[in-house]
Structures are given as C-alpha cells and as structure tokens.
Write a new protein. Structure first.
Length: 362
C-alpha cells in the first residue's frame, strides 16, 4: 500500500498531474531569464507560495540536478512533478514548461527566411528581459540567505564564484560543485533533519532501474544502429540524444555541441543556426527547446513539426531517464549525515556562482 506523501510543510494536498500542467504552463509562458531565473521562479511558486516542498527538500533537488547532465531547471521541474503526481506529474510538468517555447520556435522556423533573426531586435522583448534581471536578483538573494546562513557556507559560495570567474565553463561549474561537496563533507555539520523535509517519490525500484538501463542502452545502442541504418530521423535522434546525455552546465553550454553536430554536417547553415539562437533568447522557458527549432528548419527530411518533435524529445529524454532512475534512491541517500553535509556544501557553491552575471543570459 502506497504511503501518503510527506513533502508538505503545512498540511497542503499534493497537486494532481493536471494542476502541475497548468502551473508549469504559466511558468513556461512567463519564465524569462535562463536557468538561474527558472530555479528562482520554481522556488517562489512551490516552496514559498504553495508550500508543496520544504526549502531544504527543494535545495537538495536542485543540488542533485546540478550533478546530472542536461538542463538543470527542466530537471528540477520534472522532479517537482514526480514528487506531486508520479511519472504522470513529471510528463505534465515538462510538457507545460517546455511547450510554449518549443511551439514558438517551431513556428519561427517556418518563418525564419522572412524574419532572419529580426526577433532579437524587438524592443519590448528586450524590455522584458531587462525587467527580469531585477526579479532574478531578488530571488537569488533569498536563495543565498537560505543556503549560506553563516561564514563557512559563505566561504564556499565566494570560492565557487571565484572559481567560475577564473574558469567560466561547464568544467569549472562541475569542479566548483565537487569542491563544495568535499568542503561540506569535511567541515560542515548538518542539523537533525525534520520529517517535513523528505521528498516523496512514488516510483518503484524496478521502474527506476529500468530507466537507468534504458538510458545506457540508448546511449550506446543508437549510434550503432544509426551507423548500420542510413536513416536521417535516426541520425537526428542519435545526435540530439547524445548531446542531452553528455552536456553539463545548462543551456548555453549545449550550443557549441549542437553547432558541431548540425552545421559541419550541412544539416543547417550557420546563419540559420544563429537566427534561431537569437529567437531562443527572446522566448521564455528552457533554452534546450532550441533543439525544436533546429529540427524544424534543417534539411533533409524529416523537418518541420516532425523534425522539431524528434529533436526535442531526443535532447530531453536523457534527463527524464536519469532523474526517474536516481530519485527513488536519492531520498535515502540524502538522509545520511555525511551526504547531507556534502549537499550543504554543494548548495552553497550553487548559490555562489548563481550571483555571477555570466549565469544570467542578458
């Protein structure tokens, strides 16, 4: 018999899959500012306003998603959806948050010849992004006060920010997270974890292991199949699935990998690639939906809606499989004292580099 969820901090009921979809749809329509802003918007919505998650449970979910390849903000959204309504909630959260920007970019792909990057010159869109800077800064300040309550945590945050300034890359981000975790393990002390911080994940271990196995099978098997079967749709899926599986550091880090996959191969011209990137900057939601534009505009067939959907699913699928495979074990791991100390260091490091201007794509 399934246990009642214990993620609530004030007795509120869990969200249904449909409720998760409507909330994330609104966020997908309004969340300008990149992944750092998205995490702040999620925290305001689900921790402060609806109290579906405790601050500690949310921070630990963010820490886990920082370790995984793929788009961190989308993974956090998927994790919130899972905690509320299982796999159906995960699909609802991802669909609601991703659909607005994906549809906008696919439609832009159909008109890209006429527009040719003009969307980045629209004044009101630039104004929206400028206003978002203040919103993001205020939200990050609230996050920093929670995750860096004393001098030791603040030291981790400052060191992480300095490391990211010295080495502004995905490898610098990974190193900052790892060193933050090591510092937390050695020097930080975790208080007794109250019951209300637990993150209930209604997924069985068989399902979790199946997701992890499928992730590995697709990562290793699709390239072999694509080499044996000359099919462009399969080649598209292979290229975008591998990109989603191997990229660390968020949306902007994925751009060089995507360009290396689609421009030299002749699937898309450099001008069309840059035009789509400009449009992706002007729409809300995750930057990984840029893949929908690429699939819709590139040649040969499939392109258009079919190509856009193939690339969109392929680049996000690794995040789904990894997160669903790890989350059922994550709750037990995070309750271990050493793991929680390490997580405190990771959270402080995340708060540190979130303050850097380079993490907000304006």
């Amino acid at each position: 018999m399934r246990k009642r969820s214990d993620i609530s901090v004030s007795g509120s009921q869990k969200l249904s899959a449909f409720q998760a979809f409507t909330i994330f749809l609104r966020l997908g329509l309004t969340s300008f500012g990149g992944p750092v802003a998205h995490l702040s918007y999620f925290r305001e919505e689900f921790v402060n306003r609806r109290k579906c998650l405790s601050d500690h449970a949310y921070a630990d979910l963010v820490a886990l998603c920082q370790f995984l390849p793929g788009p961190a903000s989308s993974q956090v959204g998927i994790g919130i959806g899972v905690s509320q309504a299982g796999i159906g909630g995960a699909l609802a959260a991802w669909t609601g948050f991703t659909m607005p920007s994906a549809l906008a970019l696919i439609m832009f792909a159909y008109g890209v010849t006429a527009l040719h990057g003009a969307a980045t010159q629209v004044g009101w869109l630039h104004g929206l992004k400028v206003v978002a800077v203040a919103v993001v800064a205020l939200a990050i300040w609230g996050m920093a006060k929670t995750l860096c309550p004393d001098r030791l945590h603040g030291t981790v945050a400052i060191f992480a920010a300095a490391l990211m300034l010295a080495w502004p890359s995905s490898w610098g981000q990974i190193l900052a997270i790892l060193l933050g975790g090591l510092f937390g393990l050695l020097f930080l002390k975790a208080d007794t974890m109250p019951d209300h911080t637990s993150l209930h994940i209604p997924i069985g271990h068989v399902t979790a292991l199946s997701c992890l196995v499928l992730f590995v099978v697709l990562l290793l098997g699709v390239p072999i199949l694509a080499g044996l079967v000359p099919n462009h749709a399969l080649a598209l899926f292979d290229s975008f699935y591998r990109t989603g599986s191997l990229v660390f550091g968020g949306g902007h880090v994925v751009l060089p990998l995507l360009q290396a996959s689609v421009v030299p191969s002749g699937w898309i011209s450099k001008d069309l690639f840059l035009a789509g990137y400009g449009a992706a900057q002007a729409v809300p939601g995750p930057l990984f939906t840029f893949s929908a534009y690429l699939g819709a505009v590139m040649q040969p067939e499939p392109s258009g809606w079919v190509g856009g959907i193939i690339c969109l699913i392929a680049i996000f699928l690794p995040s789904f499989l990894l997160l669903l495979g790890i989350l059922p074990y994550w709750e037990k791991l995070r309750r271990r004292n050493k793991v929680r100390c390490s997580l405190m260091g990771v959270n402080a490091a995340v708060a540190g580099y979130c303050w850097l201007p380079s993490t907000i794509p304006f």
